[in-house]
Design a protein. Structure first.
Length: 353
């Protein structure tokens, strides 16, 4: 394989990650360091996340370079997540990348965190390329997109309140499960009967038509409240322990039903039977299985391995390779934006402060 040698850096939330990528798929070195301090608090503490990135980023980059093995001087460019995310955490990665790019005289390539998730499956599957409908589901975002080509993104729908991953974490906490809540809640749900506790499917009803404001959008705050009320009822009745798995299954069934139905609506409207699943919640086995079932044998579900579904530097490097080829690089005034929109219309206005 050939192509530019790119270092990708990811520090948008609570994973410190760096990767060395040659071209589009030759991953030479990749390190992901997850922060476990947040488990004590049941959620990510922004200040602690930023401090942890500051302590560990040098070592994470050094380990990725050593695994390659290459030196900083061998790099052709440095890609870094500039948003969205926790502003303190983002600034650690952006500041490091800016300093390194300046010192080395190499291009600095800004990367949108959610676009990086789009590219993640392509690192492992050469068929994971447009056109496709994209369902991006993470702790902070739930997005539904039509992607006719790389760099051409049409936002169809997004969450109006809680993201799906955030809802998983909050419901897991209600059920006494550890943080992050997605994996333990999924395991618990396998032991339960989702029909025992039927929860609402927010923004999903038979009368919706294309063009309606809620046809593609998501909302999980009300579902979380419904689960909280049911948990309170079960606690008062002294039966929560025996019903925990059933509550978990009912909640997960509701979330997956909404996600998959909306994705299939997009597939039908675009007449594209290729759906790409990205983001941390893409590791949920039930979500992958239900999407594949609904797509049928004529469809194609595209997704990455669990390691590349979480926030990671490899997906950042892959997105950076794409933007580097288009000469979409950042100036010296580039900074981070916690609320960076997607799709990005003008990088200069978005990140040059």
């Amino acid at each position: 394989m050939s192509g530019p040698l790119v270092l990708g850096i990811e520090t948008s939330c609570d994973e410190t990650s760096a990767a060395v990528l040659r071209g589009e798929r030759e991953l030479l070195g990749h390190v992901i360091l997850s922060q476990d301090v947040h488990a004590v608090y049941g959620g990510v503490v922004p200040e602690l996340a930023a401090r942890a990135h500051m302590r560990t980023l040098d070592d994470v980059v050094a380990r990725a370079l050593a695994a390659a093995p290459v030196g900083l001087g061998d790099l052709d460019a440095i890609g870094v997540t500039v948003g969205p995310g926790l502003i303190g955490a983002l600034l650690v990665g952006v500041s490091w990348a800016k300093a390194a790019a300046y010192a080395l005289g190499r291009p600095l390539v800004p990367v949108h965190h959610m676009e990086a998730h789009l590219f993640a499956p392509s690192l492992e599957d050469p068929q994971a390329r447009p056109p496709f409908v994209a369902l991006l589901v993470s702790g902070g975002h739930t997005l539904l997109l039509w992607v006719p080509a790389w760099g051409e993104y049409r936002l169809l729908g997004e969450t109006r309140d809680d993201a799906a991953g955030e809802a998983f974490d909050k419901v897991a906490k209600l059920l006494g499960l550890p943080y992050p809540g997605g994996p333990p809640l999924e395991r618990l749900a396998r032991e339960g009967d989702g029909n025992r506790h039927a929860f609402p499917r927010p923004m999903l009803h038979g009368g919706q038509m294309p063009g309606d404001p809620d046809y593609y959008d998501f909302s999980f705050s009300g579902l979380k409240t419904a689960v909280a009320l049911r948990v309170a009822e079960l606690e008062a009745a002294g039966s929560l322990e025996e019903e925990r798995a059933h509550v978990a299954a009912g909640f997960q069934d509701a979330v997956l039903d909404v996600l998959v139905t909306k994705a299939m609506r997009a597939s039908e409207e675009t007449r594209c039977r290729r759906v790409l699943l990205g983001g941390g919640v893409a590791a949920n086995r039930g979500l992958r299985e239900e999407l594949a079932r609904r797509l049928g044998p004529e469809g194609r579900l595209l997704h990455s391995s669990p390691r590349l579904a979480v926030d990671n530097g490899a997906m950042v490097a892959r997105a950076a390779v794409f933007h580097l080829a288009r000469q979409e690089v950042a100036g010296p005034q580039a900074s981070a934006r916690a609320d960076l929109p997607f799709p990005v219309r003008d990088w200069r206005l978005a990140i040059d402060n």
